[in-house]
Design a protein around this ligand. Structure first.
Ligand SMILES: C[S@@+](CC[C@H](N)C(=O)[O-])C[C@H]1O[C@@H](n2cnc3c(N)ncnc32)[C@H](O)[C@@H]1O
Length: 235
């Protein structure tokens, strides 16, 4: 099963989220109208599409993903291709390579390969920004089975962060937090749409039971922080 519903009409595709995320981005790296940007696992490409407008980029940012979305952002240059394959067969260099909530889909071997390839595709002052879910004190609303799976997934993420910190000791760590307010009705829809990878392999029954639990556990509006760790790597 694939992750088509990740940013499908959720807070992750809201104008407020994208603006807040992009303000954070441009605090971490100097970008201007001449910047060349690559987004690995771009989904619908709304984030780099919005950066295209905000920075008045001369060249459309490149977004790659193994999934193609009918409603992908028109301001990006989209390629449907696997990340490693793209990097192996392309000589373009970038000021920013963004890898947001995508690295956990890869094996450790692939992650090592991906990042070493990314390093060769950076311009002199270029940076790789990797975003992944905050691994401790995560506030994502969950039901019991989802919580168990999230814990396993976050433990693996911790190992990914450790691996990258060992391979690249000069790596910097920052935090991005976004306050989410969402109606429980809407959040249940997201769960039904399996918006997050830990839901992808659950049975229909497990999802329905989970939705029942969520209905009993939370009030009409869910308020929580969506917290990400940002790893920054230079050339
Ligand atoms: C959780 S979504 C994140 C989307 C977007 N970066 C965001 O944060 O809104 C992860 C994306 O990574 C893509 N993906 C997974 N494995 C990939 C690979 N090997 N190469 C390129 N994209 C991949 C998925 O198809 C999915 O669209």
């Amino acid at each position: 099963m694939s992750l088509k519903n990740w940013d499908n009409k959720t807070w992750l595709s809201s104008k407020r989220y994208i603006q807040s995320f992009n303000s954070f981005l441009i605090k971490q790296i100097k970008l201007n109208t001449n910047s060349h940007i690559l987004d690995i696992g771009c989904g619908r490409g709304k984030i780099i599409g919005s950066l295209y407008s905000k920075l008045r980029l001369k060249e459309k940012p490149t977004g790659i993903d193994i999934e193609i979305h009918k409603d992908k952002d028109k301001r990006i240059n989209f390629k449907k291709i696997d990340a490693i394959r793209y990097l192996k067969n392309n000589n373009k260099k970038f000021d920013l390579i963004l890898i947001k909530q995508t690295i956990h889909f890869l094996s450790f071997k692939e992650i090592k390969k991906l990042i070493s390839l990314c390093k060769t595709k950076l311009k002199k002052e270029g940076k790789i920004l990797i975003f992944t879910l905050e691994t401790s004190k995560n506030e994502i609303p969950t039901f019991l089975l989802m919580k168990k799976k999230l814990k396993i997934s976050l433990n693996r993420d911790k190992k990914i962060i450790l691996l990258l910190s060992k391979l690249y000791p000069s790596i910097k760590k920052r935090k991005f937090t976004f306050k989410v307010r969402i109606l429980i009705k809407k959040y249940i829809q997201m769960i039904n749409n399996r918006y997050i990878s830990i839901l992808l392999n659950m049975s229909k029954n497990q999802i329905l039971k989970g939705i029942d639990e969520i209905n009993n556990k939370y009030r009409k509006t869910l308020i929580f922080n969506d917290k990400l760790i940002c790893l920054i790597l230079n050339k």
